[in-house]
Design a protein around this ligand. Structure first.
Ligand SMILES: Cc1ncc(COP(=O)(O)O)c(C=O)c1O
Length: 411
């Protein structure tokens, strides 16, 4: 845990200094997470961090300093990546339904592009003939067990090109002299089952054999992150060994050293982030305790987007071994009836002014904030080598006043 009393890095000291609520990231944990990907034994590998998971420029720059590249899915994130010093060949762009102007951004600088449909391949070919492009595929024959949640491939998935469409993809490619040099897949998110990744790799590589000019196979992200303290984490070492063996065999079959691309999001940063929020009010009811905080799900939005999202919550300075005997819901400060940061938790007895520490807040949390309920964005702080660095100021009401007058809103 990054929070300690020395150097004023306790959860309370940070909140007093930077305000509550607050996002805090641990640089050493990010480095540790990234190292696990760097230790994958396959030699020809590049790691691209998924910017949608956390697009803070300081975080992206930290990734770049570690030799990590970046995966983006929109022109805005492409521009953020440039601002952080990534070069076009350090960027993979994978998305769907690109408009003409989206294509312009991608083609202008020659970033690595994976298209998602036959129609998009044709549009790309017209705009950028005689170039290289990758295909996002949807391996619908992959058997998905009931246990595997959060899977983003299969017959019900909107994304990707099907195996039965590949002949047509080659016809389009030859019309525009395109080289289909990459295969991309994103199996799902927060997947814990190594066997599913193994079967996914086998199926994707079986399909990939059809691409004689293949330069890379991009397996996307999805590596699980331990949600509950008592859970075991994803077997990253086992994954590294498995995927290296598969890629070596594949390269041998292809007679060429094919690059392996991975695009981790959460596995690189989720457990390096903490969300701090202060208790404002406590309702002690016979059946349950409602802990009211100064945060809401629009500024801690992962529970809004992922219904199975679970984030451990600790109370600063209070012993988790001595929970009170009633379940507690940790609630937001809005009128939204589903404004819960966490539900049905056994927490120590909580009082007004206590600081709560919400875990696994590094990914799809700040980057997914919405204006839905009107709560202002918290600050973001990076703890690096014992120092707390402000990497994003908190939002304040003043610019909003200005905005309202610009819009000539009469109140
Ligand atoms: C194509 C693609 N790759 C990688 C990621 C990162 O996923 P994760 O955070 O599950 O590792 C995403 C996230 O949505 C994605 O869409």
């Amino acid at each position: 845990m990054i929070f300690h009393e020395q150097n004023n890095l306790s959860a309370r000291a940070l909140v007093e200094r930077f305000g509550s609520p607050l996002y805090v990231y641990d640089a050493s944990k990010i480095r540790q997470n990234v190292r696990k990907f760097k230790e994958i034994p396959y030699e020809n590998i590049d790691i691209y961090f998924a910017s949608m998971c956390n697009n803070n420029p300081h975080i992206l720059s930290l990734m770049r300093d570690m030799g990590v590249k970046v995966f983006v899915n929109s022109p805005k994130h492409l521009l953020i990546a440039y601002r952080c010093g990534f070069l076009p060949h350090d960027i993979v762009f994978t998305s769907s339904n690109l408009s003409d102007s989206d294509f312009d951004y991608v083609i202008r600088d020659n970033v690595i592009l994976n298209v998602d449909s036959l129609g998009q391949l044709g549009k790309y070919g017209i705009r950028n003939p005689s170039s290289r492009v990758g295909l996002r595929i949807n391996p619908i024959n992959l058997l998905i067990s009931d246990k595997t949640k959060n899977v983003f491939v299969g017959p019900g998935c909107r994304l990707g090109i099907l195996e039965t469409e590949i002949d047509e993809a080659f016809r389009i490619a030859s019309r525009y002299e395109l080289s289909l040099n990459g295969i991309h897949v994103y199996l799902g998110t927060n997947l814990m089952d190594l066997d599913f990744f193994k079967r996914g790799a086998e199926e994707v590589l079986r399909i990939a054999r059809r691409f004689p000019e293949l330069g890379y196979v991009d397996f996307g992200g999805g590596f699980g992150v331990r949600s509950h303290f008592q859970e075991t984490g994803f077997d990253m070492v086992g994954y590294g060994l498995m995927i290296s063996e598969k890629m070596r065999g594949f390269s041998e079959t292809m007679g060429r050293d094919v690059k392996l691309i991975l695009e981790p999001g959460r596995a690189a940063i989720a457990n390096a982030g903490y969300f701090l929020t202060t208790v404002i009010d406590v309702k002690d009811r016979p059946e349950k305790i409602y802990i009211g905080t100064d945060a809401s799900v629009d500024i801690f939005p992962r529970p809004l987007f992922y219904e199975d999202a679970f984030h451990e919550i600790a109370v600063y300075g209070k012993n988790a071994q001595k929970p009170c005997n009633k379940l507690a819901d940790v609630c937001g400060n809005t009128t939204y009836s589903r404004d819960f940061i966490g539900r049905d938790r056994f927490l120590p007895e909580v009082a007004e002014g206590d600081v709560l520490i919400v875990h696994n807040a590094g990914g799809y949390c700040y980057s997914a904030i919405t204006d839905f309920l009107g709560r202002l964005r918290p600050a973001e702080v990076l703890i690096d080598r014992g120092r707390a660095i402000l990497i994003n100021e908190k939002e304040t009401p003043e610019p909003l006043d200005g905005l309202l007058s610009l819009m000539h809103v009469r109140i």
